[in-house]
Design a protein around this ligand. Sequence first.
Ligand code: SF4
Length: 214
Amino acid sequence: MPAFTPDIEKIQSVLRELYPDAVCSLEYAGDPWRLLIAARLSAQCTDERVNIVCVPLFEAFPDVRAMAEADPEAVEEIVRPCGLYHTKAASCIAMSQIILRDFDGKVPDTMEDLLSLPGVGRKIANLLLGDCFGKPGIVADTHCIRLNGRFGFYPETLKDPLRVEKILSEIVPREDQAAYCHRMVLFGRDTCTARAPKCGDCPLKPYCLRGNRS
Ligand code: SF4
């Protein structure tokens, strides 16, 4: 039996058809600072809950300056439903202070500068780069790591986000990386779930290593 090689073009074409308008499920009204805050709040929390919490949060603190000058307890009170509220509130305030102080009030658009913000790791940085600044960025979250391992781009046992990011950034065309990652999230929730992937009626089965084995 010949070795199976996953085909990124075929995978992308199926996913594009399934999810033509794949965008970030966090609501941020096109404002990079809002996406930064929402993404920080989304750690160990659902995007749905973050979107709900962000409504009163952005009413109370509508911009980077308001958040930079916020009373930590007032922010904590609002973000409490997202969990880890003490740390998350502290990061939201501190990152806003640094954006004001070091970046003239604008969210920076390079990986290095984004990583200088408290609470921002590569996952959030890549999300910002792709969605707000039109730059390539692989968001190696749990769906992305799981699905691309199942497709056969690397061993399914590989769970290291940085290695996954590096591998996929060489495989997925630069201009498609942001949308590809959003489609991974949607497909990972709908079909290729962690515990019970629906391989039987999966449109990606012909292009997936695990699907070819099942
Ligand atoms: S065939 Fe199964 S493992 Fe492969 S993408 Fe579809 S649901 Fe996921």
